[in-house]
Design a protein around this ligand. Structure first.
Ligand code: ATP
Length: 140
């Protein structure tokens, strides 16, 4: 039977699910460490608000898709431990979502961190990185 919960209880469940994902999923820990590294080096690039937003969204997207993938894998395992073609499809599609978010992160990393720095000498600390990154997205 569904019992009613307070907002605080719902928050605790969500935090518990997040902690579970970090504890049990090696990929999520790797993404998290990568995200921390990216955020630590970001100040040296003098990014504008839009670039920082894109970086935050990209990091969140990768971690969110990993967590949804974990939830789907766990649900499939709950339903069946035997081989089933539908279980395979569910897990493969969830893994595909992670793959797409990871590819997106690579493209964002290339456009924001690498391409601008290589093609625009003096990019560092110039304060014009935001405009350059937006034009890079159009080029892609
Ligand atoms: N019950 C099943 N029936 C059919 N195929 C399955 C089943 N369980 C897993 N698979 C196949 O094995 C692959 C790996 O599944 P698994 O549950 O081991 O995920 P994983 O590789 O451990 O993922 P992660 O590393 O994210 O935990 C799935 O993508 C799917 O193709």
């Amino acid at each position: 039977m569904k019992k009613s919960r307070t907002l605080l209880e719902s928050f605790k469940y969500a935090v518990s699910g997040t902690i579970y994902s970090f504890k049990t999923q090696r990929n999520i820990r790797i993404h998290f460490l990568t995200a921390i590294t990216v955020l630590l080096v970001s100040p040296f690039f003098n990014f504008g608000a839009i670039e920082l937003l894109i970086i935050f969204f990209t990091i969140a997207l990768v971690i969110i898709t990993e967590m949804i993938n974990t939830a789907i894998e766990t649900t499939v395992d709950l339903v069946t431990e035997k081989y089933h073609p539908l279980a395979e499809i569910a897990k493969n599609v969830a893994a595909g979502a992670v793959l797409i978010s990871a590819l997106n992160a690579v493209v964002v990393g290339y456009l924001i961190f690498i391409k601008d720095c290589i093609t625009s000498p003096g990019f560092f600390f110039s304060g014009s990185g935001m405009r350059r990154s937006i034009s890079s997205l159009w080029v892609l």
